[in-house]
Design a protein around this ligand. Structure first.
Ligand SMILES: [Zn+2]
Length: 358
């Protein structure tokens, strides 16, 4: 019989009870620490709003979470020894470049390794190496941002820690190849922390808060989709969005004009266009959007498209609330969602007051 996934509330109860009922079938990701655990983990339990439940290790790692060092979710009984051996080596030598040649040099047969890992995790050893690297880059970026905050607090203005982490995330400047237009990435500060912008000369491809967990995988997917690479640098589109975002935070702008390169499926594009149509200072529920699109049955698909949006603030997925008016989730963190909604509410009140006095 297929495993039927229980509701998140049931899973959270199991997490608090350290129940083994879902061992090997469900993992919990903790948003505040960037770590994922077995539900049985002996460590202190996170608050309900900081948890995400996934049914595979691959999904946890793909979302940028790292395995917990206490409950070691990657370790499972009855597995081929080569898997545990390589995971231990990876822990001991995280800096090593774990290429196929390196495996051969250490006496492993790459195809045996591939099959063993696929059986154990549904992903290859190289996938695990890659996700670990990306997760580490994201963690350093978040740490770097805290360094900036600390430096600004202390009266210094050198964001060198953040810049170094940003460079590690974006990687080395790639060689121009295949006549593809290169994408450029840069960051700028906002009252809610640094934002990362990726653009070609004319269009913005991504705008996210620096600590969004999925940012490293989003960057990878973007490069794959446009068959190009990202280098550190500025384009007019980045200058334009930086100016517009500054105006937005200063309460002078509610509609963005920077041209967007909306990737995604036709359905996703339709959802994003609908999101952009929600006026600043107002909110909607997924169900409202689905009904407006004449697809009332597609509420969940609308939710997924909402989550796949790569333009924080501009494609305003923060204006989506639960059917009961609750805040629900937000990729950039609920505190930011709350802040943005309050800010837009204030802007709307000011605009109304201006109209009345005019
Ligand atoms: Zn744990």
């Amino acid at each position: 019989m297929l495993f039927e996934r229980p509701a998140d509330d049931t899973l959270y109860d199991a997490l608090i009870a350290r129940s083994a009922d879902y061992e090997g079938q469900i993992y919990v990701c903790v948003k505040t620490t960037g770590i994922f655990c077995r539900l049985t983990c002996p460590a202190r339990k996170p608050k309900r709003e900081n948890t995400l439940f996934f049914d595979t290790i691959a999904a946890c790692m793909h979302s940028g979470f790292r395995p917990c060092r206490r409950c070691k979710p990657l370790e499972q009984a009855g597995r081929e020894p080569v898997v545990d051996e390589l995971l231990a080596r990876l822990d001991n030598e995280p800096e090593l470049r774990w290429t196929e040649d390196e495996l051969v040099r250490r006496g492993y047969d790459p195809s045996t390794v591939r099959r063993a890992f696929k059986r154990a995790f549904g992903m290859t050893f190289h996938d695990i190496v890659r996700y670990r690297r990306l997760g580490e880059a994201a963690r350093q970026l978040a740490d770097g941002a805290r360094v900036i905050d600390a430096q600004i607090d202390a009266g210094y203005e050198s964001p060198s820690g953040f810049r170094a982490a940003f460079q590690r995330l974006i990687g080395k400047p790639p060689a121009l190849s295949q006549n593809r237009e290169l994408l450029f990435a840069d960051w700028f500060d906002t009252p809610l922390g640094p934002m990362i912008a990726v653009a070609d000369k004319t269009h913005l491809h991504l705008l996210e808060f620096h600590d969004r967990r999925a940012l490293p995988t989003e960057l990878e997917a973007l490069q794959k989709r446009v068959r190009s690479s990202v280098a550190i640098g500025r384009t007019p589109a980045i200058d334009q969005i930086e100016a517009e975002i500054r105006d937005y935070f200063e309460g002078r702008l509610t509609a963005f004009k920077t041209p967007l390169a909306l990737g995604g499926t036709p359905f996703e594009k339709h959802v994003w266009t609908k999101l952009i149509e929600i006026p600043s200072g107002q909110t909607r529920a997924y169900g409202d959007l689905a009904r407006e699109m004449l697809r009332p049955e597609a509420v969940r698909a609308v939710g997924r498209a909402n989550g796949a949006n790569q333009f924080a603030i501009i494609v305003p997925c923060h204006r989506i609330l639960g059917a009961d008016g609750s805040l629900t989730g937000y990729g950039g963190g609920l505190w930011r969602k709350q802040w943005l909604l309050r800010h837009e509410e204030k802007m709307r009140e000011q605009a109304t007051a201006m109209e009345e006095t005019a």
